[in-house]
Write a protein that binds this ligand. Sequence first.
Ligand SMILES: NC(=O)c1ccc[n+]([C@@H]2O[C@H](COP(=O)([O-])OP(=O)(O)OC[C@H]3O[C@@H](n4cnc5c(N)ncnc54)[C@H](O)[C@@H]3O)[C@@H](O)[C@H]2O)c1
Ligand SMILES: O=c1ccn([C@@H]2O[C@H](COP(=O)(O)OP(=O)(O)O[C@H]3O[C@H](CO)[C@@H](O)[C@H](O)[C@H]3O)[C@@H](O)[C@H]2O)c(=O)[nH]1
Length: 478
Amino acid sequence: MKLSVIGCGYLGAVHAAAMASIGHDVVGIDVDERKIAALSAGEAPFFEPGLPELLTQGVAAGNLRFTINMSAAQGAQVHFVGVGTPQQKDSHAADLTYVNAAIDALIPYLNPGDIVAGKSTVPVGTAAVLAERVAPTGATLVWNPEFLREGWAVEDTIDPDRLVVGVPGARTVSATQIVGGLSDMHEDVSSRFARSTTAGSDSTGSTSAALPAEGERAADILREVYHPAVAKGTPFIVTDLATAELVKVAANAFLATKISFINAMAEIAEATGADVTQLADAIGHDARIGRRFLGAGIGFGGGCLPKDIRAFAARAEELGRGESVSFLREVDAINLRRRERAVQLVVDAFDGQVVGKKVTVLGAAFKPHSDDIRDSPALDAAVRLRGLGADVTVTDPQAIENARRQHPQLAYVDDRDDALRGADAVIVVTEWDEYRRDLSPAHASSLVHGKIIVDGRNCLDAAAWRAEGWAYYGMGRP
Ligand SMILES: NC(=O)c1ccc[n+]([C@@H]2O[C@H](COP(=O)([O-])OP(=O)(O)OC[C@H]3O[C@@H](n4cnc5c(N)ncnc54)[C@H](O)[C@@H]3O)[C@@H](O)[C@H]2O)c1
Ligand SMILES: O=c1ccn([C@@H]2O[C@H](COP(=O)(O)OP(=O)(O)O[C@H]3O[C@H](CO)[C@@H](O)[C@H](O)[C@H]3O)[C@@H](O)[C@H]2O)c(=O)[nH]1
């Protein structure tokens, strides 16, 4: 199938390459000439495991190309839109400038019957407005939110844990509502539901939707796009536009809440001498809770969770439902307090005398396996420590170039051991294997000047570091 992917950043470049790898004929379009030049040469413009291989393969095979010309979208059957939706400069709301610009630029090249599939994370209600703008072209707008994690983006795109497609006119109804006869839906709903499930959606208890023809056709086309995942039984959930938009922000709100919950427990643990990592293990054994995303530490960052919870709260306010998600403000506040806490641990380790102390910051990316520094807790800590007068050196296996561009005032060293040499204190803020697994306390001891280590990710073996004579400080653990 011919596809276009508009916006070739962390989401779009991976989406384009992944779609080519499953056999589609893909053109990726972006306004950033440098990015397009790199991608066209088969090079990844950012670090994402597995992406270089897919790019080389697709570009060489001829079914993956990149351009800055929107006219290249003409003739594609599905147009994915994955441009950025950052936080607005002067508010918590999402900035939709790029989405609006991309749709406006695409409209002249749409043919009747085309599908425009929004992938950007947008405030609920955006898709309905865009659908009206697209409608005169005869194309159909659907919303197909993306759940990939950076660092696992290729795998998550090709083999997602679920696919969600919001289509126009759909009213979401659950199988139980229909089967149990509890629905107040129109009487022909069951036959339409049966049609949409036989089209391949539901062997998994997924919900589906009562679809008018346009929505049903759009859902079928998206099933064809994602054919390998659909064939292996990946839940394919068809909803209305608003539900699809909400699914995305609700998922991120839940993940952020889970992290802030455990970080709130870390605060209580700090006041009581308890160990939040043991607490997380213990509650995580309850299958209803689960251990994943209970990693207490310096908190969440990145280009998604922080801005998405803020945009969600801002949108809820606009809808007059601010109080429904007012807890997200607390989630945000807990998260930001952990950054302060990590910095305070360093300051306290020096009895408040941090001025002029050499502090090595291990990590700059917002998480390992990524070079993304958007709203990175690691860099936030580095900047704060420098602001307090420490002599800060930052190292990271992948993110130094991005970090230097954003924070040129910080000192950067590529090599981990060079960065550690002569340090008065070390703080681990991104749990790369290089710091978590491959750095032994004995080796670190041979490099540093002072044996103080702050474990901002609770990723080190506290006993092992202490046994080597280090003053070890974790986040919510003794
Ligand atoms: N990064 C992720 O892990 C991820 C996962 C799921 C959803 N999302 C969402 O996807 C969207 C994109 O995120 P990202 O991380 O890829 O951002 P990004 O900043 O890496 O990429 C956005 C790209 O869009 C391009 N762009 C901007 N305006 C354009 C236009 N008018 N036409 C064509 N291209 C244009 C930019 O040049 C940039 O390359 C956001 O809404 C984000 O919330 C991201
Ligand atoms: O137990 C945990 C897990 C994560 N984090 C931090 O949380 C942030 C986000 O991590 P993660 O969710 O793995 O990264 P992203 O790549 O930003 O992915 C999130 O944001 C994407 C963009 O919306 C979604 O598609 C993904 O499903 C969602 O996980 C990072 O700073 C992590 O260090 C913790 O502090 N503790």
